[in-house]
Structures are given as structure tokens and as C-alpha cells.
Design a protein around this ligand. Structure first.
Ligand code: HEM
Length: 506
């Protein structure tokens, strides 16, 4: 599969068109001449017969490889992964066209075997195809948790979470002012507390899991529902690339996936049953689970998957973003000073609250620049073109898999000056609105855009501001260039370690 420039091609054309011999060879039996022609001229990344580009994607960071290829082949090109092909999009303009203008032709998801198993075949908001189920569950999650009124209900919980973090920072600094502290450990614990309260109505400290015949701790709950799932989501099954070999078992992959999935499901079932007992005692609370049970329209499996989705989505990307922001702030003292000055001018002696956020443009720029430079979700969960369409002037046939490389869009030299640099100032030159959540592509765009962007901003911005208001931040020696990532989302490979110095209160 490849791309043929149509008459109205608007984007800069790739530097050269290649004849992808293997594809043409494999099409030689095709009777359809137009299709043969379609396959003739295109921007395709050269690969090997049979494998295509698979051997070039061995490292589990395809977004970085896709971005390098975009410099050679242009913002839109095809790759071959075994027997399948995919179009990869690497510029904001083309990605927006796919996600907004051409949404009606590109609204279904194409999941890997790993994601199909972990998400129970699209039984979630983020992985379901656009349709009645998706519309219903997106409405549920927005109304009860993530929309404006949902967010109001959990504001005290967010404040408690940030107060707790600051309290822990003070304790750690008092205990040993010369020891660097592990930022992630503190933030992770409090964010997980918030995600449990929102999703289940309780900050669960342990739960009895029938299948394990024992009580498991909060740390074990976190691993079973968040960490292990994030690691497993990037597991690769070679049968994804050679569907005609699907009949051959891949036992090690299946055992790993099914065991992790089974553990997650057992833990979630136990957590939900514990809360159902609470509700049966007449102790209803404000939570996503309470709301969904009240709606009474879902099967038990759908309910479990949706509540798990709320836990994992709340517990991961906001941590990733805030940890990167604090790394950059600690690394750039002059930008930290500018942020501190802004907070002083706007808030004076008052503690920063969510009400101040719209009046703190530099803080807003810090948040969006972090999302741009360290796109927490580097690749949009893959889309599938379900009817012929035209994108950036290229005809794209139905059946094409589409990979939207948000990291590539945010690092594109044509859209961003010095994209490697972390420069919040770039958002203050008058071209961007403070309230615009889509200054970068980090939250996706269009009807499938992130449902949790408001929550992410509320937590991350308030936390960053309060952290800087309360302490001066400095990186642990030698950590300046530790910027490697791991997992499905761009978690820092090395957890952030920092020295904090309490600021004198005026
Ligand atoms: C900085 C933090 C976050 C980032 C960068 C982020 C990014 C994304 C991206 C890129 C998508 C896919 C959009 C698409 O397919 O076009 C997405 C979808 C989604 N996100 Fe987030 N997200 C963040 C935080 C959250 C939080 C905190 C929640 C919930 C607690 C959440 C819930 C969702 C849901 C439910 C969807 C699916 C929306 C749909 O398919 O209609 N996200 N997010």
C-alpha cells in the first residue's frame, strides 16, 4: 500500500518517490491496473522483502524512528510491517486534517493483539470505535468525572493531593536536607490515591482478591492495574504483522498477556465488589463507579473495563507530564525564576489555587511546552481508514492503517523553531490563546480528543505552581541529560531526583 499524490496536494511533497519493488511484485497478480498505478508512485520507507520495515523498528520507541524518517520522506509516508502497511503522519497540519476534517472516514481503531487482549476488544472509551457505545460512555465519563461539573466535584480531592505532596516534601527535606528526593515516588502515591477516589469512591489501602486467596496491598494494586498494564501494552506479537500466520500459536506472548490481563481483571473485580458492598449498606458517594451503577446500562465486563480505564488514565499521563515539567524547571534556573516571579506578582502571599490558573500565562506556557517537548502519548492509538478518503492531497484507500505520530508533529522543524529546545516563551509571542488546550497535538484533536485534558491541566498546573511557590528546585548532580523514556507513555526511564530548598515566606 502506498500514497499517490492527488491533484490538490497541498503539503510539501516528499523529496523523492520510490518504486517499492516488493509491493509491486506482490501485486503482479492484481488485475486492477489503477491499483497497480496507485502502488507505483509513493513515499515509502525502503525495507526488506517480507519484513518490510520491521527490523528498523526493533527498539520500542517507534515514534522517534518515525520522526527521523519524516525528515527524509516528508510528513506523510507509508511503512510496511510484515504483511501489513500503514500510513504515518508527522505534521500538525496533516494530523489535524485526519483527526478533524476527515474524521468521518478515519474514526475506527486498529488495535494490536496486545491491546485487544488488555482492553477486552474495544470495551473502553479510548479504544472503542466511534459509534453509539463510544458516544454513550464518553458522555458518562465527561458528566461524572472529567467535564466542568465533574471536575468541580473532585476539586477538594485534588487540593488534598497537592497538600499531601508538599507535606511529604517538607518532611523529607527536614529529615535530610542534603539527600536528593525521589519526586516520582511522592507524586505517584498521591495521584493514585486521587484516581482511586474518583473511580471507586474510596482511597483503598488493600483488598482481598479471591483468585489470589489473599489480601493485596495498595502497591500491589498499583502494579496490577497500572504499571504491568503499561509495560504489557507495548508487547509485540509477530502475528500482528503476518495475519496469515495467525493459526500458529505464540505461547510465550499469550501466557504473558493473559496472565497480566487476568491479574488486572481479578483485582478490579475485587475492588468493585468491595465498593458494591459499601453502596448496598446505603453509603453512596460521588464516584465514577457509583455513577455507572446508577445508570444501570452496562454489562459487568463493560463496567469493570470502564472503571479500570478511569484508574489507569488518571494515574499515568499526568504524572509523566508533571515529572518532565519539574525536570525542565529544575534544569533551567532562569525559567524557574521567571515562573516564581509571575506567581509572586499574581498571587502574592496567597497559596496558588485553580482559580489563579487563567492569570498565570508563563505557567500555562510551561505546561504546554512540556507537553510539546515530551508528548506523553507519542502515538495516537492507531486509527483505521474505513472508507476511501483524500488526505493532504493523497488518495488513501479504505483498509489503510493510520499511525498519527504526535511526537513527530510536536518535533517537526517546519512547525516549531528549535524543536529540541524546551522554551516556554514560544507560547507567549501572541500567536496562541492561553485557554487553547490544543496548542500542541499532545491531547489529540477533534471528536476523539482526550477526555481528561481539563483534569490533567488542573492537577499539573496547580501542582507545578505550588511546588515552585514553596521550594527552589535543583537537579541531582549528573542528571542534566537523563532524558531517556520507557513504556507506552513517555515515562522517564530514570525517576526524577531533586534537591528542594524551602523558600522564605514573606
Ligand atoms: C497530560 C495528560 C494527558 C495526555 C497527554 C493525554 C493524551 C491523550 C491522547 C493523545 C488521546 C487520544 C486522542 C485521539 O485518539 O485522538 C487521549 C484520549 C483519551 N484520554 Fe487522555 N491524556 C491525558 C490525560 C488524561 C486523563 C487524566 C484522563 C482521565 C482521567 C484521560 C482520558 C482519556 C480518554 C477517556 C480518552 C479517549 C477519548 C476518546 O476516544 O474519545 N486522559 N488522551
Amino acid at each position: 500500500m502506498c500514497l499517490l499524490p492527488g491533484r490538490n496536494s497541498r503539503i510539501t511533497k516528499p523529496k523523492f518517490y520510490q518504486v517499492y519493488l516488493f509491493e509491486i511484485f506482490s501485486l503482479s497478480e492484481q488485475k486492477d491496473e489503477t491499483l497497480k498505478l496507485f502502488y507505483f508512485f509513493h513515499a515509502a520507507v525502503p525495507g526488506l522483502p517480507l519484513l518490510g520495515n520491521l527490523h528498523q523498528l526493533k527498539e520500542k520507541k517507534p515514534h522517534q524512528t518515525f520522526t527521523k524518517w519524516a525528515e527524509i520522506y516528508g510528513p506523510i509516508y507509508t511503512i510496511k510491517t510484515g504483511a501489513s502497511s500503514a500510513v504515518v503522519l508527522n505534521s500538525t497540519q496533516v494530523a489535524k486534517e485526519a483527526m478533524i476534517a476527515k474524521f468521518s472516514s478515519i474514526s475506527t481503531r486498529k488495535l494490536s493483539k496486545a491491546l485487544s487482549i488488555l482492553t477486552h476488544e474495544k470495551t473502553m472509551v479510548a479504544t472503542s470505535d466511534y459509534g453509539d457505545f463510544h458516544k454513550m460512555v464518553k458522555r458518562f465519563v465527561m458528566t461524572s468525572m472529567l467535564g466542568t461539573s465533574g471536575q468541580k466535584q473532585f476539586r477538594d480531592t485534588r487540593n488534598m493531593m497537592i497538600d499531601n505532596m508538599l507535606g511529604t516534601f517538607h518532611t523529607l527535606v527536614n529529615d535530610d536536607p542534603n539527600a536528593p528526593l525521589n519526586f516520582r515516588e511522592v507524586f505517584k502515591n498521591e495521584l493514585f490515591r486521587l484516581s482511586l477516589i474518583q473511580a471507586l469512591g474510596e482511597d483503598v489501602s488493600s483488598v482481598y482478591v479471591e483468585e489470589f486467596e489473599k489480601v493485596i496491598s495498595k502497591e500491589e494494586i498499583y502494579h496490577a492495574t497500572v504499571v504491568d498494564m503499561m509495560m504489557c501494552a507495548i508487547e509485540v506479537d509477530w502475528r500482528d504483522f503476518f495475519p496469515y500466520l495467525s493459526w500458529i500459536p505464540n505461547r510465550s506472548f499469550e501466557t504473558r498477556l493473559l496472565t497480566t490481563e487476568g491479574r488486572r481483571t481479578a483485582v478490579m473485580r475485587a475492588l468493585i465488589n468491595q465498593q458494591k458492598k459499601r453502596i448496598a449498606r446505603g453509603e453512596a458517594r460521588i464516584s465514577y463507579l457509583d455513577f455507572l451503577l446508577e445508570e444501570n446500562t452496562l454489562t459487568d465486563e463493560q463496567l469493570l473495563m470502564l472503571v479500570w480505564e478511569a484508574v489507569i488514565e488518571a494515574a499515568d499521563t499526568t504524572l509523566v507530564t508533571t515529572e518532565w515539567a519539574m525536570y525542565e524547571i529544575a534544569k533551567h534556573p532562569e525559567k524557574q525564576d521567571r515562573l516564581y516571579q509571575e506567581i509572586q506578582e499574581v498571587c502574592g502571599n496567597d497559596i496558588v489555587t485553580e482559580d489563579h490558573l487563567s492569570r498565570l500565562p508563563y505557567l500555562n506556557a510551561v505546561f504546554h511546552e512540556t507537553l510539546r517537548r515530551h508528548s506523553p502519548v507519542p502515538l495516537v492509538p492507531p486509527r483505521f481508514v474505513h472508507e476511501n478518503t483524500n488526505l493532504a492531497g493523497y488518495e488513501i484507500p479504505a483498509g489503510t492503517e493510520m499511525i498519527i505520530n504526535l511526537y513527530g508533529c510536536n518535533m517537526n522543524k517546519n512547525d516549531w523553531e528549535e524543536p529540541e529546545e524546551w522554551k516556554p516563551e514560544r507560547f507567549l509571542d501572541g500567536r496562541f490563546e492561553t485557554a487553547d488546550m490544543y496548542k500542541t497535538m499532545a491531547f489529540g484533536a477533534g471528536r476523539r480528543a482526550c477526555a481528561g485534558s481539563m483534569q490533567a491541566m488542573n492537577i499539573s498546573c496547580t501542582a507545578i505552581a505550588r511546588f515552585v511557590q514553596e521550594f527552589a528546585w535543583r537537579l541531582k548532580e549528573g542528571d542534566e541529560d537523563k532524558a531517556d523514556t520507557i513504556q507506552l507513555t513517555t515515562n522517564r526511564l530514570y525517576p526524577l531526583h531533586v534537591y528542594l530548598t524551602p523558600r522564605a515566606r514573606k
